[in-house]
Design a protein around this ligand. Structure first.
Ligand SMILES: [Zn+2]
Ligand SMILES: [Zn+2]
Ligand SMILES: [Zn+2]
Length: 369
């Protein structure tokens, strides 16, 4: 495990080896996007049949045990939710949860005058009516709730599943104090993200990238990429509107003047699309060969040879390879995937399935000999 030296000026510095765990964080609050609220469990976040809280009718759970686990926080907000209304924006649900559970985030980064981009004021107006209601029901000042709202906006993580598909937002501390840089795309770039972040159900995990340099005498500031968007202009726009700053990392400075690397990366996205299309058309052999190309390029895309999302892609290759009777390849991908995923996902159902499949593949190889 990493040794964090000190949170100097709210930035975390660390001494450690490459490709290691930096931190694991549990969420202060986590909320699903509206379209997922009734078909995913609001506690374990898994897609499933759900039952809603019979009182507020706003939170849905897959089981009594998940409902019980969430009740520690939900019991304090359930009545209030009832009075305010249904189908609230994510930011409002997080605000209510933090506020009703006395979670203090006023020391988090963010200020309404300095850090909020004018283009997104509309979002805040949309929430203002709710905030007025909460303020009057709870006898709290509008200004204080508004400043919590700004901090939530600037400190949230978008939560995604193992395929990188997003389904909600959450607040994690101390991960929220890590600054942003973009992911390295060429050897010239030095001032870039030296850490990756990813999710294991509710948990946020941070590990180091290939470009992390260990130097006992010169501890590094830990930085993650807030959004790995390939297109330079889109990425800049996203960072400005969501987090209120203009990125000036080495990659952004370079991409301002040249387009070459970007074109290569757009190809990577096209390949991912092609793979999904081939799967849908059940052209499995062609899909498998595209999947192998994707796996080769992924470490470059993340600047991280050990990123677990590469492991999940290898898990797909193991499954598809087994189906196509490419046994040696399937065995190989299973072994590599297990190596990448075991440190973080050993309790995960899909991981257990992968381990079981490797046994079946080995048995099949033996039989065919
Ligand atoms: Zn659940
Ligand atoms: Zn409730
Ligand atoms: Zn950048």
């Amino acid at each position: 495990m990493i040794k964090i030296i000190n949170p100097l000026d709210r930035r975390y510095f660390a001494l450690q080896k490459q490709n290691q765990l930096v931190m694991k964080c549990e969420p202060l609050a986590i909320v699903l996007f509206k379209e997922f609220r009734s078909n995913r469990c609001n506690y374990c976040l898994q897609e499933s049949q759900t039952n809603r809280c019979s009182n507020c009718k706003q939170y849905f759970y897959c089981s009594i045990s998940c409902q019980k686990s969430d009740w520690k926080q939900h019991k304090n907000e359930c009545q209030l939710l009832n009075k305010i209304g249904r189908e609230m924006p994510c930011n409002m649900l997080i605000l209510i949860r933090l506020f009703q559970n006395n979670v203090d985030i006023l020391n988090f980064y963010g200020d309404v005058d300095k850090d909020i981009d004018q283009n997104i004021y509309q979002q805040f107006f949309d929430c203002a009516a709710y905030i007025v209601k909460i303020a009057s029901l709870q006898n709290e000042s509008f200004a204080k709730l508004m400043s919590i709202q700004v901090k939530i906006h600037l400190n949230t993580f978008t939560v995604s599943d193992i395929n990188g598909d997003t389904f909600g937002i959450a607040l994690y501390t101390p991960a929220n104090f890590l600054n942003h840089r973009c992911i390295k795309t060429s050897p010239k770039q030095q001032n870039i993200a030296n850490c990756s972040h990813f999710f294991n159900n509710r948990q946020l995990i941070i590990t180091t990238n290939n470009s992390f340099i260990q130097n006992e005498n010169d501890p590094q500031e830990l930085c993650i990429s807030y959004g790995n968007i390939i297109n330079f202009k889109e990425r800049q726009q996203f960072l400005k509107s969501q987090y209120g700053f203009i990125c000036e990392c080495d990659r952004c400075l370079q991409e301002q003047t040249e387009n070459k690397d970007q074109e290569n990366q757009d190809l990577f996205n096209k390949k991912q699309q092609e793979y999904l299309t081939l799967l849908n058309k059940q052209k499995f052999k062609k899909a498998f060969s595209i999947l192998e190309e994707i796996i080769i390029e992924m470490p470059k895309y993340y600047d991280n040879d050990n990123h677990p999302y590469i492991g999940w892609k290898m898990n797909e290759a193991s499954k598809l390879g087994f189906h196509l009777n490419y046994l040696i390849k399937a065995e190989n991908y299973s072994i590599q995937a297990i190596k990448l995923l075991e440190p973080y996902y050993n309790e995960n159902e899909q991981f257990k399935e992968l381990v079981g499949r490797l046994k079946d593949i080995k048995a099949e190889i033996k039989m065919q000999k």
